[in-house]
Write a protein that binds this ligand. Structure first.
Ligand code: AMP
Length: 607
């Protein structure tokens, strides 16, 4: 049976539908419909395009097209002056919509001959457009700018106006359809089952291989059976496990009994992929960002000191002072996360990698083994050298032992400890009690800091006007809705230095409208919205309930059924203070509403 290939135009119509709603269920249904419409050769590519990419998220391929280049491509494609494009762009504030409008005004820009199957020549197939976009993203080196402009201008010339809108946005990384991979997983379940029932199973496969292209293709091809036996592969990161929290050693022992305690190193989480036969090393951050270029010193050590044909293992990178050998602050380690001057910085700020997990070794998936076994294999596999260090563990069964280790950790300048369940499996992509963090108390009431997303800001008054920012609105992640909800504003406690740093970091994040994924009360509307990208860690005095913040807030209908009223207040933070910028975390990696609720509960117990 020959099936009709999906046209890019059809995809653009789906994009348009997706753009017009912020309801998660509706988005799920639209995506499921679209997936049904696609063939198995198309669905994977379609998933990448939905993410505004041509490869999985962990692949570093980017389009590398800036506004200026795109303006040239549009002008060339429509055979008009760049000034005209610029004028429309300024008027509309979005180059995609501007291109669409200009394209409608210049309808004869592309050929429009009927072909024998009744398609017009500007009905380009999804697969064809994908191939062209792939070429745009992968052309590099000298002359590549011209190549990109030519490819894009030809595409814009041929394609219909609506598709031109989305191609421009997609290539400029401005697609922003307002959902995360989790909603896509729901939709894959919806495609085969008409409900979200299969999401846990699909998510399990995704946690091991977070490549939507691969997962969707397997499901399209073989149904849910297609992902039953997904295994890790070298080169594709496994989603990293996260630690849960408890408030004291008693609770830890009650929860997991006799356990292993390791120091909580304060640095940058790293997952190492190694294949001996071709000297392959790839280093991924917790965000699945490819950090290989930043740490040639770690790659060298891995090649020399790992005794295995293949391995996937994890550790924490910590920088140290080369004169004293003493580990230094997190901010210094973060300075190694850079694209330039790598050799120079590596000498100035050397690092160690404290390894604490082994997930895969020579064809064997180890994540289902108990912690003790994995750690034993890891110890055997690593030969310690100047860079690679084995993260020692102490097996404990008494509260005093945990407390002693906690005190030692503080004295030695670590962040605290992590207690690990001896028979715990590695919970890819999940937060669970296999790992329990116990950090230096930031306040009497709160036992942990919060990672929050900076959503927008209000203009400043008085002294702050020199920075143009009064307060930053921040939020946490509501997993059930796949949305960001507000939790607190920070501003008064910031130093001038911190304001400056903020200003620098938000420069490229400002957007015209509030993203659909932000749920914010009218009373807290920001003057300027920021797209979801900047994550900061904050501490606070306590968690309180709040009528205006949307984190955990439940709205119901008033008696008349017309107005919405608060049936359960939200949560907020008292006296929030900025601890640091968390470039290693992505928006969906911030503290979740569920965590906030559980921290609120245990705060009550601490009083
Ligand atoms: P948090 O970022 O506060 O949720 O704490 C979890 C993080 O602690 C992990 O993602 C690691 O980056 C870090 N970490 C430091 N030392 C260890 C360790 N020994 N075992 C596991 N994670 C560790």
């Amino acid at each position: 049976m020959t099936t009709k290939p999906m046209l890019f135009k059809r995809l653009s119509e789906y994009f348009q539908q997706l753009e017009s709603t912020s309801l998660r269920l509706k988005i799920t249904e639209i995506l499921a419909e679209m997936f049904k419409d696609a063939e198995k050769e198309e669905i994977g590519k379609l998933c990448y395009l939905l993410q505004g990419r041509v490869t999985p998220l962990y692949d570093s391929t980017e389009f590398g097209v800036a506004d200026k280049m795109m303006i040239r491509a549009v002008a060339q494609g429509l055979d008009i002056e760049t000034d005209q494009v610029l004028k429309e762009f300024k008027k509309m504030g979005d180059l995609g919509s501007a291109t669409e409008k200009l394209k409608i005004k210049t309808p004869d820009a592309g050929p429009d001959l009927k072909d024998p199957q009744g398609l017009t020549l500007n009905d380009l197939k999804l697969i064809d457009v994908y191939e062209i976009l792939y070429q745009v993203a992968t052309s590099s080196g000298e002359g590549s700018q011209e190549v990109k402009v030519n490819l894009l201008s030809n595409l814009i010339k041929q394609i219909d106006p609506l598709s031109a809108r989305y191609i421009v946005r997609l290539t400029l990384d401005k697609l922003r359809l307002g959902f995360s991979d989790m909603t896509v997983l729901d939709s894959l379940s919806w495609m085969i089952k008409g409900s979200k029932e299969l999401r846990p199973e699909i998510e399990r496969a995704y946690n091991l291989r977070p490549d939507l292209g691969y997962i969707s293709q397997r499901i399209k091809d073989k149904g849910i059976k297609g992902i039953k036996h997904v295994q890790p592969v070298i080169g594709t990161p496994i989603l990293m496990a996260k630690a849960d929290r408890l408030k004291n050693s008693k609770e830890i022992l009650e929860k997991i009994g006799r356990c292993a305690v390791e120091f909580k190193y304060d640095g940058l989480r790293l997952q190492v992929h190694y294949k001996k036969s071709n000297n392959f090393v790839k280093l991924f951050s917790r965000n699945l960002e490819d950090l290989t270029p930043c740490f040639p010193d770690i790659s060298e050590s891995v090649k020399k000191s790992v005794a295995a044909d293949e391995a996937i293992f994890e550790g924490e990178i910590v920088a140290y002072n080369p004169q004293t050998g003493v580990n230094v602050a997190f901010q210094q380690t973060m300075q190694r996360r850079r694209k330039y001057d790598i050799e120079k910085k590596a000498a100035e700020i050397p690092v160690k990698l404290y390894v604490f997990e082994l997930l895969y070794q020579s064809g064997k998936n180890l994540i289902g083994l108990p912690y003790r076994k994995r750690k034993g294999l890891l110890k055997k596999m690593i030969k310690e050298d100047a860079v690679l260090k084995y993260a020692n563990e102490t097996i404990v069964e008494k509260e005093e032992e945990i407390e002693q280790l906690f005190d030692d950790s503080v004295v030695e300048g670590y962040e605290g400890i992590i207690a690990k369940r001896l028979d715990g499996v590695y919970q890819a992509g999940m937060r669970g009690f296999s790992w329990i963090k116990f950090k230096r108390a930031m306040s009497k009431k709160l036992m942990d800091t919060f990672d929050v997303l900076v959503m927008g800001y209000t203009f400043g008054e008085g002294k702050r006007t020199i920075f143009g920012v009064g307060e930053f609105l921040t939020g946490v992640y509501d997993e059930s809705q796949d949305k960001f909800v507000s939790i607190t504003k920070i501003g008064t406690g910031l130093t001038d230095e911190q304001f400056r740093e903020f200003k620098k970091r938000i420069a490229k994040l400002e957007i015209k409208e509030k993203p659909q994924r932000y749920l914010v009360d009218k009373l807290l509307e920001a003057d300027v919205w920021l797209r979801p990208a900047l994550v900061v860690e904050i501490s606070a005095d306590e968690l309180t309930r709040s009528q205006v913040h949307t984190a955990g807030r439940i709205l119901g209908l008033s008696k008349s059924g017309k107005a919405e009223k608060v049936t359960a207040p939200g949560y907020s933070l008292r006296f929030p203070r900025l601890e640091r910028f968390r470039d290693d975390k992505k928006p969906e990696g911030v503290t979740t509403v569920l965590e906030i609720m559980s921290m609120f509960k245990s705060q009550g117990e601490r009083e």
